[in-house]
Design a protein around this ligand. Structure first.
Ligand code: NAP
Ligand code: NAG
Length: 305
């Protein structure tokens, strides 16, 4: 009986506090959405998957978008669709960019800055994946992944960072992966390129904090996202893998990931992990109990052969 009395008392209190919490969250969400209004955001890899979702989300938030990728037709289609569906937003500007052509990047980045005269946020999202065994993989595939996922990103970031230092502010977002922190078998080229990018981002954050504290650096490390990443992945001979992996198909909704990234930018987070408990545990194991991690990965490799 006394337990019931307690419950009677608890129920309204808990629902009222839940309501206050929900309202608070809602107003916070509105605040972060409003914070992107009129901001110039440069998104790479906007023609597909997460980049496309980021484009949709920031367009709705009222940002001025510069959207880049190799496939300019897809970017034009996306721009036209956004302009038609949300005519109140700014018209996004498509820009052709191939991160594997390193010596073209600086000029393209400069022209991106010239479009609105400045850039507030750069989201380095473009990337390519890989599936294959080390012993049968061409060195060209390793070079290709490293160029697109690492050297290309650096060249974009360096050009934009010069601009950010000049104007005294800016946000640099890099999309890594859980594989920025742990390598899994048959993903060597991808994991290595993402590890390299993560190492670069940590140095960048530290160096910029000392020369220009107005610049924020955010590394995003997602688990599986439901995109065409595995379809577009390279195989060991450099051809397209062209299969939808089940893990990717069952991954997170790209629009949810895009919203989480927007919230993290607003909160000036330095790192954002969007992954399952298993992925987080694996990262902890790698650093605290490496031998256990090695056993688990060797089991995983056996399962895949
Ligand atoms: N999906 C996942 O499970 C997952 C998990 C963790 C991290 N990520 C990361 O999320 C990011 C976005 O990938 P996604 O999942 O959205 O895959 P996606 O659908 O394959 O999109 C990749 C994007 O990168 C662009 N891109 C590829 N090569 C390029 C190049 N040489 N130059 C310029 N742009 C290039 C593609 O555009 P064009 O082909 O038009 O150039 C496309 O817009 C990547 O960095 C990826 O590593 C994905
Ligand atoms: C993903 O791949 C499918 C099959 O090739 C294609 O129809 C679809 O347009 C692609 N989506 C994006 C966003 O590129």
């Amino acid at each position: 009986m006394s337990l019931l009395c307690h419950l009677n008392w608890l129920l309204p209190v808990s629902s009222v506090s839940w309501l206050i919490y929900a309202l608070f969250k809602r107003s916070n969400r509105q605040k972060y959405k409003d914070s992107f209004k009129d901001k110039v955001i440069f998104i790479t890899g906007a023609s597909s998957g997460l980049g496309e979702a980021l484009t949709r989300v920031f367009h709705k938030f009222g940002a001025k978008l510069i959207i880049a990728a190799r496939n300019i037709e897809k970017l034009n289609v996306l721009r036209d669709e956004l302009v038609e569906n949300y005519p109140e937003g700014y018209r996004p500007t498509p820009l052709e960019l191939d991160l594997s052509k390193i010596d073209t990047i600086r000029q393209i980045t400069k022209s991106a800055i010239d479009i609105h005269g400045n850039i507030d946020i750069i989201i380095n999202n473009a990337g390519i994946s890989y599936r294959g065994a080390i012993i049968s993989t061409d060195i060209n595939v390793y070079q290709n992944l490293m160029t697109v996922n690492y050297f290309g990103q650096i060249e974009v970031i360096k050009a934009i960072t010069e601009h950010f230092v000049t104007i005294g502010k800016g946000t640099i977002v890099g999309v890594g992966s859980v594989q920025s922190q742990i390598s899994i078998p048959y993903r060597s080229a991808y994991s290595a390129s993402k590890h390299a990018f993560q190492a670069f981002m940590d140095c960048l954050r530290a160096e910029l904090s000392s020369i220009q504290p107005g610049i924020d650096v955010l590394a995003v490390n997602p688990g599986y996202i439901r995109t065409n990443l595995s379809l577009n992945a390279l195989s060991s001979d450099g051809s397209l893998y062209n299969k939808m992996d089940e893990t990717t198909a069952l991954g997170m909704d790209p629009e949810i990931v895009a919203n989480e990234i927007a919230a993290a930018i607003y909160q000036k987070k330095k790192e954002l992990f969007l992954s399952s408990v298993t992925h987080r545990l694996a990262i902890i194991l790698r650093y605290l109990f490496p031998n256990l991690f090695f056993i688990l990965m060797s089991k995983r490799a056996k399962k895949l052969t």
